[in-house]
Ligand binder design. Sequence first.
Ligand code: CYC
Length: 161
Amino acid sequence: MQDAITSLIGAYDSTGKYFDRDAMDALKSYFATGNARLAASSAITANAASLVRKAGSQLFEDVPDLIRPGGNAYTTRRFAACLRDLDYYLRYASYALVAGNNDVLDERVLQGLRETYNSLGVPIGPTVQGIEILKQLVFALVGESADWLGAPFDYMIRELS
Ligand code: CYC
């Protein structure tokens, strides 16, 4: 698992280079957003259950077929699996925000996920929509929509799409 600092050290060490200006700029911007990252992660943690509940309601309102007979989130078991998946996305986003790096998302969330979803008939489009809704709810909660705050959600959306 990588974070903003270890990934940079890895990249520079592998070629035996001291940090250059680009590296310093990357580190400065990571430290400059450090307190805000912690505050965002802690706000997510404190509101996780309600964020997931709201994201689920909004998703099922936007795509009502999901919870009708024949929909992938129809039956209590699948409905619950869907909310659980949204909770996974939110929790891992809160880790990636603190790390300033998306490696944890690759390693713990995304690896093999598309194949699993395809084999179970879990639709990718509405899943991506659910992650986008989580992102907007987090923007509203934190009171800003900076790139670094949306980054983990954007990454999961891009990788799943
Ligand atoms: C199922 N979601 C699954 C499964 C996995 C994940 C592995 C199959 C096993 C199971 O049912 O638990 C996802 N598991 C994860 C992730 C991690 C993990 C991300 C990383 C921590 O360990 N269905 C919809 C919605 C969407 C949805 C669009 C919610 C946004 O229609 C989700 N995921 C969904 C559903 C299932 C599922 C309904 C059950 C499908 C089935 O068994 O038929």
